[in-house]
Design a protein around this ligand. Sequence first.
Ligand SMILES: Cc1cc2nc3c(=O)[nH]c(=O)nc-3n(C[C@H](O)[C@H](O)[C@H](O)COP(=O)(O)OP(=O)(O)OC[C@H]3O[C@@H](n4cnc5c(N)ncnc54)[C@H](O)[C@@H]3O)c2cc1C
Length: 500
Amino acid sequence: MHDESARRATKHAVVIAGGGPTGLMLAAELALARVDVAIVERRESQAVAGARAGGLHARTIEVLDQRGVAERFLSQGKVMQVAGYALIPLDISDFPTRHNYGLALAQEGIERVLAAWVEELEVPILRGVEVTGFVQDDTGVDVELSDGRSLRASYLVGCDGGRSLIRKHAGIDFPGWDPSMSYLIAEASMTAEPAWGIRRDARGVNGLGKLDDGKRVRILLNEPHVVQSDAPTEGDLRDALIALYGTDFGVHNVTWISRFTDTTRQAASYRERRVLLAGDAAHVHPPNGGQGLNIGVQDAVNLGWKLAQVVHGTSPESLLDTYQQERHPIAARVLENTMAQTALMRGDDRTMALHKRMTELLAMDEPRKRYAGMMSGLDVHYDLGAGHPLLGRRMPDLDVVTPEGPRRVFTLLHEARPVLLELGERALAIAPWEDRVRHIDARYAGAWELPVLGAVSAPTAVLIRPDGYVAWVSEGTDHGLRDALTTWFGPPAARTVIMA
Ligand SMILES: Cc1cc2nc3c(=O)[nH]c(=O)nc-3n(C[C@H](O)[C@H](O)[C@H](O)COP(=O)(O)OP(=O)(O)OC[C@H]3O[C@@H](n4cnc5c(N)ncnc54)[C@H](O)[C@@H]3O)c2cc1C
């Protein structure tokens, strides 16, 4: 970039390319941590063309609850059991969480609530503008915009979806699997009464369902041959209907038509110096099990507080390495489980027989719990070393009693700050971190129970990261506490200026 335009560029600590679910969530997390952040979004408004995600899983509802905004989403959708594996329902109503269910809410609804929250947090969103390129140096990134303007940021995060320009421009590899199937998805009217419901054929699942008005039809059809072009036509839709049902049911008034495939890929690296990736920009996979939006939002919650600490200088840049260490395996597991589900949903006799066996298996308690824990995101376990089962797992939303009165643990995380929760007499000293870590005494007499694992022994203290995962557990001593505080929240003297 020309020196003069770089000098004139508007500066932000973080620029996010893409204001979809991941970019919006990341912006909220950074704003809560008082980071100067801006979003650049190609779309003029938050409107989502056609159908994409249909809802939220339990862990995503929990992370929103940790910020005090879950009710905004719950009030807009329908609470129900949504977890499933290859269309085999998985009930989580016996799971030890306040949100032992999912939420049916279309992606547009989810994005609207997120965008309103981000607006409340006063994050600027540059709408109708694309990031067209960037150049990074040792101190920051110059971000070029489609309207000729430029921005200067300490960090640029690509939340710009599966075809991420940021990922490509950063030269980050996107290895994985080419598509084995393509699907047409459309919204239209039909003159004849269609064959409602799901129909499986040798390749997979097809479906004709009623849209909200009860008359128009949402169409999902797998195509006889894999097609990767972006622009399916009404003719393609007719052909696919006739190939499968022997008639096109008089399809007309097609208001939206799109195509998606089971392309399955993951960024080899989530970071290239000052450029990071999150959400679909970092991983794409078929929609089986409804996981993409959910893991994107959770990427953002993992990255937000870490990036904020690096921006504020409280933690070294190496903290960002833990973002990839923790989130890459989570998406890799999703890639694998969506490929397995794609295979299991083929409708040939042999696969149908296997699907039947899998249905039997998942009706048993232990397999159901394991798969439901995976699909709902409640079993996430970051590898923080050996120790108490809580270590690296989500902190349960216990009802505790603090000196200020009864509180839910999640309410202690609303400000997106770390919390050291002491359960009993105060015994721990963390003075050099008190500026960053809330130190709260609480009483709790109830059981400690984790999804999938069941009951665990009661700790005497827990160090909870802003994303709600447990970074350190005490069973009566302070062994390892300083190390954990330093690893996650920076060195003790980070803010002390030593005068000579
Ligand atoms: C048919 C279908 C069904 C699905 N069902 C589910 C489901 O039930 N549950 C689920 O969790 N997920 C589901 N998904 C996946 C989900 O839609 C995605 O995982 C989710 O949208 C990813 O969010 P994101 O913010 O990472 O990316 P996106 O939603 O793709 O957002 C990226 C944003 O970046 C913007 N952008 C792109 N390039 C630029 C640029 N250069 N400059 C500026 N802005 C840019 C785009 O306009 C967009 O707003 C489904 C997807 C499909 C296709």
